[in-house]
Design a protein. Structure first.
Length: 364
């Protein structure tokens, strides 16, 4: 898992160009008419969809709707529930390409008149075959692990689609779109510096919170997607129950949860929700929570409310901030698991004994 973190910067440098070439081929000039984008996924893929919603709205000027696959299939696909017809693009995201409901989402999107593009790391996978086309966000030298590089690859592919749509729809000039693509590649430097700085701090912080039965990760806007992803990595890797929540929703609900000193990680990327993140950090600290801030390294305003800090190196526009502000999640989760002596995905626990004929592989 830590090797995945070390590879993030190189992936950005080396994959942005090839991914963008695919995007330009998949989205020719005729796509200027698109006004609605649905991004469908589960787990990390859904978290990525939440993280890029702002980019599609602000850069491309489209109505962007992150949807988990069950909701899309049963309630929200084109043509369901009296939804009015729109010029719609559906992006079905699955790194493995095998998530059944995401595959079904691609099929229903096409049946409902939308154009479906799969975003997947797996060529010739079921989701790629079910869609009209596929953006292959493949990576070299992958290893079995909770997803880190694959999450970044999905983010990168989706952000490049947002930039391309903005260019096609006239929201961005050609030079402006190219400058944004350059920003994505250039984020490799801050990602590398943040990853290098995160090692020791994440190890120390993990040791200090290891006894906590639950923790929360909070963020607003794109950082809400980052919070969901970070909470997922904590659960998958260490087995500690974690919740990813919107900043304001936490104030209405989870702030009343016990124990009163439970850790709260506040993701405070610069942007529209930064001020609110600082206010929530202050409120959480006043309630006795152990506040861990994920904020720019030179930001003393929010860090003063923190019980611990995981600083982020470099500057980034808010639309692209998920690429930089998720970097802490993997090393923190990994060190937490190591301190607790646990393996990812409950692999250190004995397998349950089959209790039914079906579980035992018998014909009932």
């Amino acid at each position: 898992m830590l090797r995945q973190v070390d590879a993030l910067a190189a992936d950005l440098r080396e994959r942005t160009g090839p991914f963008d070439e695919q995007v330009r081929t998949l989205l020719p000039a005729g796509w200027a008419a698109v006004d609605t984008v649905s991004i469908v996924g589960d787990g990390d893929s859904y978290h990525a969809a939440c993280a890029v919603r702002m980019a599609f709205a602000s850069l491309a000027g489209v109505d962007c709707r992150p949807v988990n696959a069950l909701r899309f299939v049963e309630y929200d696909h084109p043509g369901s529930g009296g939804r009015p017809p729109r010029t719609e693009l559906t992006l079905t995201v699955s790194a493995s390409g095998r998530t059944p409901l995401v595959v079904r989402s691609a099929e229903l999107a096409r049946d409902g008149g939308a154009h479906a593009i799969a975003v997947t790391a797996t060529p010739d996978s079921p989701v790629a075959r079910a869609a009209d086309g596929a953006l292959l966000v493949t990576l070299p030298d992958t290893e079995r692990s909770p997803g880190v590089r694959t999450y970044q690859a999905s983010l990168l592919g989706l952000l490049l689609v947002a930039v391309r749509l903005g260019e096609l729809r006239g929201r961005l000039s050609g030079p402006e779109a190219d400058a944004l693509r350059g920003e994505l590649t250039a984020l490799a430097g801050p990602v590398e510096a943040t990853a290098e700085a995160a090692g020791a701090r994440c190890r120390e912080t993990a040791e200090r919170i290891a006894e906590a039965p639950v923790l929360s990760v909070l963020g607003g806007g794109p950082s809400h997607g980052t919070a969901l992803f970070a909470a997922a990595k904590v659960i998958e890797t260490s087995g500690v129950f974690a919740t990813g929540q919107d900043l304001e929703e936490w104030c209405h609900v989870e702030r009343f949860a016990r124990p009163p000193d439970s850790p709260v990680i506040v993701v405070a990327a610069p942007g529209r929700s930064y001020r609110h993140a600082a206010e929530v950090a202050a409120k959480a600290a006043a309630l006795g929570r152990r506040v861990i801030t994920v904020a720019p390294e030179d930001d003393a305003a929010i860090a003063r409310h923190g019980w611990a800090a995981l600083p982020v190196t470099g500057h980034v526009r808010e639309e692209f901030s998920p690429l930089l502000y998720h970097v802490f999640a993997a090393p923190l989760s990994c060190h937490l698991a190591q301190h607790l002596g646990r393996a990812p995905f409950l692999a250190d626990l004995p397998r349950p004994i089959p209790t039914t004929p079906q579980d035992r592989g018998e014909t009932p």
